[in-house]
Design a protein. Structure first.
Length: 292
């Protein structure tokens, strides 16, 4: 019998059901009939047609729609992000058995690529508030746990994850430190000033764009053994990738049709990728053990 995507995803969920926590009453959950997660207090969450589960207590409409995730997938599948993913995978290579959470996974492409490059026995969990992203992920990349969920209020038990990835997405450090096992690894990818600068030159007349806060300092506030690696390279952009590139990024939201047309006509032969990968290790609890 060929397993459907829903069955494949449901199996991974059932095997790892101990990671879940009811988003309403915070109690443990079990899988029923291979088709829903139910908590001790009887809150019930059906799996979708493709086998993701919506654990966000309220519906969220985000600006990330299906077309944007399609465009992101097309660009990412070209190898555009490979240098960044390679660097992320290097930070995780020592893990033999690992449960990995991608917090703000979008359409799941990065998590799926990372899982395929790790050799150990790894389980991937991808969450995002954008239902369109998680729908695409569950359909395209069966074999992981996909859930619509808020990374600021994660529907997971404490200390269940070996690694948390946070790529181009907002962070919630209270949740990330709660969820990681002792000694667990946090990996954040943040864009630097050169990222997509050729697009920015057209759309913003060369105004730099960077996260406001200092992300390395924020990670160091919460994690030990903080390391950073800057990854900068240019990627030859095939002509047919320019339209999806323009469509995939919030950088061009609100741009006039004229500007988009101008960019398409000009062409962008190469595009710059510029990221810092920040890693940190979950801090040991201090002051609890007074035994000499
Ligand atoms: C720029 S996209 C990056 C997506 C993916 N990591 C990638 O690199 O392709 C930012 C993502 O963060 C998600 N996001 C924003 N706030 C979130 C929250 N509170 N909980 C979960 N996801 C969130 C958005 O829905 C969006 O998919
Ligand atoms: Zn409940």
């Amino acid at each position: 019998m060929t397993l459907s995507k829903k069955m494949i995803n449901a199996q991974v969920m059932e095997t790892n059901v101990d990671v879940f926590r009811c988003p309403i009453c915070l109690s443990e959950m079990v899988m029923m009939d291979g088709s829903r997660l139910v908590c001790a207090d009887n809150h019930s969450f059906d799996l979708s047609k493709n086998g993701y589960v919506n654990l966000a207590p309220q519906a969220h409409v985000t600006k990330y729609d299906q077309a944007l995730f399609e465009a992101r997938k097309t660009v990412m599948n070209s190898g555009f992000f490979d240098g960044v993913l390679e660097s992320i995978v290097k930070t995780m290579e020592a893990q033999e058995h690992a449960v990995i959470l991608d917090a703000g996974c979008g359409g799941g492409t990065h998590l799926s690529t990372i899982l395929s490059r790790l050799t150990g026995d790894v389980t991937g969990v991808g969450i995002d508030l954008a239902k369109e992203g998680i729908t695409a992920a569950a359909k395209e990349y069966p074999g992981a746990i996909w859930s619509v969920a808020d990374l600021a209020n994660c529907p997971f038990q404490t200390e269940k994850f070996d690694t948390i990835l946070n790529i181009l997405s907002p962070a919630n450090y209270a949740e990330f430190t709660r969820l990681l096992k002792p000694g667990g690894l946090f990996v954040k990818a943040v864009p630097e000033s050169g990222y997509l600068k050729e697009l920015r030159d057209i759309f913003y007349e060369d105004k730099g764009q960077k996260e406001d806060a200092d992300p390395v300092a924020r990670v160091a506030d919460h994690f030990d053994e903080v390391n950073t690696e800057r990854i900068t390279y240019t990627f030859p952009l095939a002509a047919e990738l320019l339209a999806p590139l323009i469509q995939m990024t919030p950088l061009t939201w609100g741009a006039s049709a004229d500007k988009v047309e101008k960019a398409l006509q000009m062409g962008i032969p190469t595009i710059t990728i510029d990221f810092t990968i920040i890693t940190g290790v979950k801090r040991e609890e201090s002051g609890l053990c007074l035994v000499e």
